[in-house]
Write a protein that binds this ligand. Sequence first.
Ligand SMILES: [Fe+2]
Length: 199
Amino acid sequence: MVDTVGPTSPAQPGVTVEDVLTTFPELRDIADDDLRRSVVDIWLEVLAESGWDSIADVPKHPYEVPASVKLVEHTRSTTQMAVAVAEVAERVQGAPYDRDLLIAAANLHDVSKLMEFEPSEEGGRASRFGRLVQHGVYGAHKMWEKGLPLELVHNVIVHTETSRYAPQTWEAVVVHAVDALDSRALDLLHGGVPAVTKD
Ligand SMILES: [Fe+2]
């Protein structure tokens, strides 16, 4: 079991490791304690660096779907879809996958949105950071900073259509695909047109 907020977790006051695990129950399925703790710490650190008081307030994408559509549900859906797809491909096609890396990548693929968006009266808008730094880069930076596997950094970098590189690992292919799938489901649910820029 992971412990509470420690010296490596300069969290928002009152936000704990347990809070992140409650927000993202899928993280409890990461078997490697150190990896799970690093993923949680990245959420806590990026939250503290961002303009948001709570992860639950962050919109999925305020220019593509209503700001009432939140990042937490998109992240959870993407993570659960990723595991489901990988399980089917393994069972039917024999395609192996690394469950810990898949969950970590799917969970962190959009953590950079805490920096790319900032609170506003409308529920969220692009920040200066978000206008200057390409989507996904900050999440990859945080993973690299923690010494997480290069495959995880790759997965987060290439999850977005704005990446000039295509996914090179099966886990990255899956996250890229199910992220787009959940995004298109939300577009349709909320009556949106196909996004001009992908996320
Ligand atoms: Fe996403």
